[in-house]
Structure formats: C-alpha cells, structure tokens
Design a protein around this ligand. Structure first.
Ligand SMILES: Nc1ncnc2c1ncn2[C@@H]1O[C@H](COP(=O)(O)OP(=O)(O)OP(=O)(O)O)[C@@H](O)[C@H]1O
Ligand SMILES: [Mg+2]
Length: 341
C-alpha cells in the first residue's frame, strides 16, 4: 500500500500535511503521536470515510480515490468495538456478509473460520455482555477478518482494556496478523505498544510524519529531539558545536555536521555511574527506581537537571546509596544523538 503526499483540511485548518508512507505486503506499520496529531484522520482517509484534499492512496497498485468506502478492500477496527449488543457473537461477525447478501451457508463457514482464527470457537451464541473485554475485542477483530480485507486498520484497539490484558493482546494480535500476512496500519499514542506491535513506526507531529523507520532505528537514531523524547526515555542537555565537534560533559567528544548551539541526547542505558572523583560530570543520586531487571538512577546535577542512568541489576558492582555523590560516564559516545533544535 502507498500513501502519497496526502493533505487534509477541516475548513481552513490543515490537519494532514504531505503524509507519505509506503507499507509493504504483510507489514505492520504503527502511526504514533500525541492526541490531535492526525492519526485517526489519516486512517479515515485510507478507509475512505474522508476524501484527501491532495495526494493519493494506492492499494495493490490501484488508486483508491474513486473507490467508495464500502468497496475499498479495507477493514477497520475502532477503539470502541461497537458490537451490536442485541446480536449474538456469530451474528455480529456475520453482519456485514448478510448485508452483502452472501448465502447463509457461506456466512456460517466464514464466521466459524473467523472465530477459530481469534480462538473464540464455541462462543457463537453468546451475547457481547456475556464476554470479557478481551473477548469482545477479539469479536471486533473477527468481524473485520471475516471480510478478508487486503488492508487492516486498527485505531487504538486496546484502549478499553486494562494494562495486563492489553499487553497480552498486543502480542496475540501481532502474531495473528503476521500469521495471516495482512498489511496493517495500527494507531496508538503509547510508545511501548508501538515498539511491541510494529515492523515500522511512523512518528507523527502536527499532521506530518516526522520519521518512519524500524523500532530499533527510531530508538537508536531518532531524527529529531521530538522523536527522541516521544519514544523511550531520554536525557537532553545543551551544548556548543565547534569545528564539527561537540564536547560531552564527561570529557569525550563526538563529531557532528552541525555548528553553534545544539541539543545532545543520551539514552539512560548508555550512561554509567562511577565514584565522584573519576570524572568531571558530577551529581547526587536522588533515588533509584527498580524496573524489573533494571535499576534507573535519578541523578541531580548542580544546575537542577535530572539525568537518568540505567543499569542491569547483575551489573551493579556494589550498592549505590541514596544521596551518594557520583560522576556519570558515557559508555559509547557514538550512540549519543546531536540535534539542531
Ligand atoms: N470532523 C472534524 N472536523 C474538524 N476538525 C476535526 C475533525 N476531525 C478531527 N479534527 C481535528 O483534526 C486534528 C486531528 O484529529 P485526529 O482525530 O486525526 O487526531 P488523533 O491523532 O487521532 O488524536 P487522538 O490520539 O486524540 O485520537 C485535531 O486537531 C482535530 O481536532
Ligand atoms: Mg484518534
């Protein structure tokens, strides 16, 4: 699928600006960005609920512009599942096929197959109110899969689920989509969900796609401080670039194509603590946050900023006391990002 230079206005307000994104067959691409950045609007343009004001959307090489919403080979799973409460699971899943006049025997076979796909065989005659949140979500997915779409669009499908079920469903749904090989666009504003679900992530900002890349690239080589800040934990500080070099606070230097005032970013896992006298970049440990196998140290710097340093529990040579005076070292200066803004 190809999204080419799509613009969308609501009145005089431009909500999508030159959005371009190629999605490979069977690929899962996530649109990630804050509320109001245009994620749902882009999905609605792909599905055909909205007409784009410029640009085009192609599926299997075919321009979708003249194709009405009910003829597009696209299935949409919304945030609210919108199951019909008065219809059984089987009738919910078969609803769109019945509307199309598909023969009853074919509907039954396809509904059975779709429910098997989402591991809900045996639930045919239950009503939505008799299902858990996760089961209702799976019915909503089956209802879309039964139409055999070429492209699956999912708009924050897990929002109604609690955290634990949500993370289980992320893994399940990714495996299911990969097994079926359906080209998919997934929308979320949750960066961890994006990292779990996606082959590639498109980070959106104010109606534009700021970076589209694999989760690793987005995390390790963000193109801007906006992307670095949105995905993963980051430490930022200001610096001055001179003669193509930026001096880092621990005394190392790193090359950059930029000059003048820059912003430097390091992930917490690229930093390590050392005794105070071992380096010039000094601060005081404010507290230690235990996140599973990781320990995140919050170090207060003399200027009041907090720098986060992460260590794997086993790597901790000796316990660090709270309020301990420490110095921070950068493990690999090549992993530091330098931004103009
Ligand atoms: N029908 C509409 N008429 C006018 N403005 C709209 C309409 N739908 C959306 N917008 C505006 O377009 C912008 C993008 O909205 P959109 O729903 O695409 O955001 P989103 O990224 O999906 O946000 P969220 O994460 O909150 O769902 C917002 O500023 C919104 O107010
Ligand atoms: Mg939305």
């Amino acid at each position: 699928m190809r999204i080419g230079a799509v613009d969308k206005y609501f009145g005089a307000t431009q909500v999508l600006q030159n959005c371009t994104l190629d999605v490979g067959d069977g690929e899962i691409v996530t649109l990630l960005g804050p509320s109001g950045c245009g994620k749902t609007t882009l999905l609605r343009c792909i599905a055909g609920f909205w007409d784009a004001d410029a640009g085009r959307i192609e599926i299997d090489g075919q321009d979708m512009t003249p194709v009405p919403v009910n003829r597009r080979p696209v299935g949409v799973v919304f945030q609210s599942y919108a199951l019909f409460p008065h219809l059984t699971v089987a009738r919910n899943v078969g609803y769109a096929l019945r509307m199309r006049g598909t023969p009853a025997s074919e509907i039954e076979a396809r509904v059975t197959e779709a429910l098997r796909t989402v591991s809900l065989e045996g639930f045919e005659s239950r009503y939505p109110a008799q299902l858990s949140g996760g089961q209702q979500q799976r019915v909503a997915i089956a209802r879309v899969l039964v139409m055999q779409p070429r492209v699956l669009l999912l708009d924050e499908p897990f929002n109604a689920l609690d955290a634990k079920l949500r993370s289980t469903m992320q893994v399940e749904l990714r495996q299911l989509i990969k097994q079926l090989g359906i080209t998919s666009i997934f929308v979320t504003h949750d960066q961890e969900e994006a990292l779990t679900m996606s082959d590639r992530i498109a980070v959106m900002r104010g109606g534009r796609i700021e970076q589209a890349a694999t989760p690793d690239e987005i995390f390790d080589r963000p193109v801007s401080s906006y992307v670095a800040d949105f995905v993963g934990t980051s430490n930022f500080w200001d610096a001055q670039a001179e003669a193509g070099q930026v001096t880092l606070p621990d005394g190392q230097s790193v090359e950059t194509g930029l000059s003048g005032k820059v912003r430097v970013m390091s992930r917490p896992h690229n930093l390590r603590l050392a005794p105070e006298e071992q380096g010039p970049w000094r601060g005081v440990v404010l507290f230690q946050r235990h996140i599973g196998p990781l320990i995140e140290y919050h170090v207060e710097m003399p200027d009041g900023a907090t720098i986060k340093v992460a260590a794997i529990r086993q790597d901790r040579v000796r316990p660090v006391r709270d309020r301990a005076a420490v110095s921070i070292g950068i493990i690999d200066s090549a992993q530091v990002s330098v931004f103009a803004d």
